[in-house]
Design a protein around this ligand. Structure first.
Ligand code: FES
Length: 91
């Protein structure tokens, strides 16, 4: 069976952009992880709680993400396999 693609989707729609999602996207792009795709997406349906980040295929959400928090997501979650508890968002 083929593995599902690993992706980080970062909302770049109006509400998240006002909250700084462009810088969050840039922070992920600055720390590439092999085999993980970084994608700018349209609204993820959680406006007002952004910047919203969705990690697939784990279906783990992060809300109110600050660019300074991105390295923790990269090292602990994307590389280490453990989501960053203090940043989790439930839909
Ligand atoms: S604008 Fe980002 S979740 Fe809607």
């Amino acid at each position: 069976m083929e593995d599902l693609p690993r992706q980080v989707r970062i909302c770049q729609n109006t509400s998240c952009r006002k909250l700084g999602s462009a810088k969050v996207l840039a922070a992920f792009q600055a720390l590439p992880v092999e085999g993980v795709e970084i994608l700018a997406t349209r609204c993820l349906g959680q406006c007002g709680n952004g910047p919203m980040v969705l990690v697939l295929p784990d279906a783990i959400w992060y809300g109110g993400v600050h660019p300074d928090e991105v390295p923790a997501v990269v090292t602990k979650h994307l590389q280490g396999g453990t989501p960053v508890k203090g940043m989790l968002y439930s839909t």
